[in-house]
Design a protein. Structure first.
Ligand code: NAG
Ligand code: NAG
Ligand code: NAG
Ligand code: NAG
Ligand code: NAG
Ligand code: NAG
Ligand code: NAG
Ligand code: NAG
Ligand code: NAG
Ligand code: NAG
Ligand code: NAG
Length: 367
């Protein structure tokens, strides 16, 4: 009678010691995703060292770029501009101007058929199969570029949010929502009329501040959001293969799309990218099964907080990162640099408090 409770107590204590939060994944409006990627570009000192992202170096001829000019993607056009004060969440970066990762399209007109200098980076992971993807973005006010936040597998399996700076004026500020498909490919990569294209007006000018752009991709539909408000649901030609996330800022001079080239350097600034997704990688699926057995009695999923206002100020831009909390990304692959802001938050006091909380919660769950 005396021994049994002690064993139970130690079992509970042991369980508390080996468990961590969010082991079974992250939920977005009750849809569960097993994996995540999160990058806090406001505090990232050096993109080269971030293993989650691969800056691109490539060139595309004018002919293949389908414009009067070709494209020259170079990592020299991807510039980290972290906040001057590492404890802030908004304001000027160390190089001046808005803090965040800058993707630059260089100004000036190359010779005919020449290449326009641009910027692109892609996630290292290529196994994203359904998920909720978000980015805090401010687009350029320089005419003649296309800024794109998208998921990509190939030219017929692609989900885009594309901003054309030439389409922006005081009375009109659209984002182009696109699902590329075999039909759009047949039309020369115009998704118009395929059910996979909407030129969607935004209730603000996207070059005047940061906003959160988001798309939730499920087997049946893709929902597009801005600052947590649903803009549009597209349910034709929904992709069904795994792929990766890309950030891109480019121009090929095509008067019907990107326009340009821009007359001066055009900056796309990114505060963060977050993705909560399922993996097509059998190894990652095994990892999930091993840390989240079907016999799990603990409710170990974490709800992804929704951003409901523009992430522009020191308070609103301080969005939530599981990867900046202790123990909410155990067995995940999130790489990157750890920001100082996150490590100082984890004091001994907090550690003790959470430990006590975990023991208490675990007892509740296990008993
Ligand atoms: C998560 O918390 C558990 C219990 O406190 C601990 O055993 C484990 O080492 C922690 N893991 C990480 C990655 O901090
Ligand atoms: C979440 O699901 C509920 C019920 O299906 C729906 O009414 C609501 O709009 C959804 N919210 C989001 C942000 O998707
Ligand atoms: C993601 O994977 C989890 C675990 O296998 C599953 O429960 C969930 O339904 C999947 N979500 C989607 C959108 O397929
Ligand atoms: C960024 O990191 C890379 C290697 O990780 C290093 O070669 C480079 O000098 C660093 N750049 C800056 C600006 O610190
Ligand atoms: C592409 O841009 C890089 C960086 O500015 C430059 O070094 C390289 O020569 C360019 N390539 C071509 C083919 O213009
Ligand atoms: C911004 O908020 C952080 C806390 O999130 C605080 O430490 C910092 O001092 C604030 N900065 C300004 C300029 O108010
Ligand atoms: C894209 O990938 C899908 C699925 O693997 C394939 O069926 C399709 O033919 C591919 N399209 C192109 C343009 O390669
Ligand atoms: C703004 O752009 C829209 C759509 O391209 C166009 O119809 C309208 O005339 C433009 N307004 C001004 C003031 O340029
Ligand atoms: C942007 O540039 C195009 C030519 O590339 C021009 O037709 C258009 O009027 C310009 N738009 C604005 C808003 O300046
Ligand atoms: C369990 O997780 C779900 C999904 O995040 C949440 O809605 C529910 O409130 C949680 N239940 C408990 C008891 O924590
Ligand atoms: C996740 O945990 C499993 C089982 O301990 C291990 O084999 C795997 O390497 C881990 N994966 C990561 C990315 O930490």
């Amino acid at each position: 009678m005396f021994v049994v409770p002690s064993i139970a107590f130690f079992a509970v204590l042991f369980a508390a010691l080996v468990r961590s939060d969010c082991e079974c994944g992250y939920t977005v409006n009750s849809t569960l995703y097993t994996d995540l990627i999160e990058t806090d570009f406001l505090h990232l000192q050096n993109i080269t060292g971030d293993t989650d992202w691969q800056g691109q170096d490539y060139t595309v001829s004018a002919e293949l770029a389908r414009g009067p000019y070709g494209k020259n993607a170079s990592t020299t056009n991807i510039v980290a501009n972290p906040l001057k004060n590492e404890y802030d969440w908004a304001g000027d970066g160390v190089n001046g101007g808005d803090a965040g990762l800058q993707l630059i399209v260089r100004g000036g007109t190359p010779e005919n058929g020449g290449l326009i200098p641009m910027a692109e980076l892609v996630t290292s992971r290529d196994d994203m199969l359904y998920g909720s993807f978000r980015a805090g973005i401010k687009i350029t006010n320089v005419n003649g570029t296309c800024a794109a936040f998208f998921w990509y597998w190939n030219n017929t399996q692609e989900i885009d949010m594309e901003f054309l700076s030439t389409q922006m004026n005081e009375t009109s500020s659209p984002v182009n929502l696109v699902l590329q498909s075999p039909q759009s490919a047949k039309q020369g990569f115009s998704a118009q009329g395929t059910g996979g294209f909407v030129n969607q007006q935004l209730p603000y000018q996207p070059d005047e501040g940061f906003h959160e752009y988001r798309f939730d991709w499920s087997p049946n539909a893709v929902e597009f959001y801005a600052d947590g408000v649903l803009l549009q649901t597209l349910s034709k030609s929904v992709p069904n293969t795994p792929g990766h996330i890309t950030l891109s800022h480019w121009s090929n001079g095509d008067p019907g799309w990107s326009a340009g080239p821009p007359v001066s350097d055009a900056l796309l600034t990114v505060e963060y990218v977050k993705g909560y997704f399922n993996s097509s990688d059998p190894k990652r699926q095994e990892d999930w099964k091993s840390r989240c057995p079907s016999t799990a009695t603990v409710n170990s999923t974490c709800a992804v907080p929704e951003v409901k206002e523009a992430p522009n100020g020191n308070s609103s831009a301080h969005t939530f990162f599981f990867s900046q909390e202790k123990n909410m990304t155990t067995n995940q692959t999130v790489g990157g640099e750890k920001s100082i802001a996150s490590s100082i938050r984890w004091t001994q006091t907090a550690s003790t408090a959470v430990f006590v909380f975990m023991v208490a919660s675990t007892m509740e769950w296990f008993i």
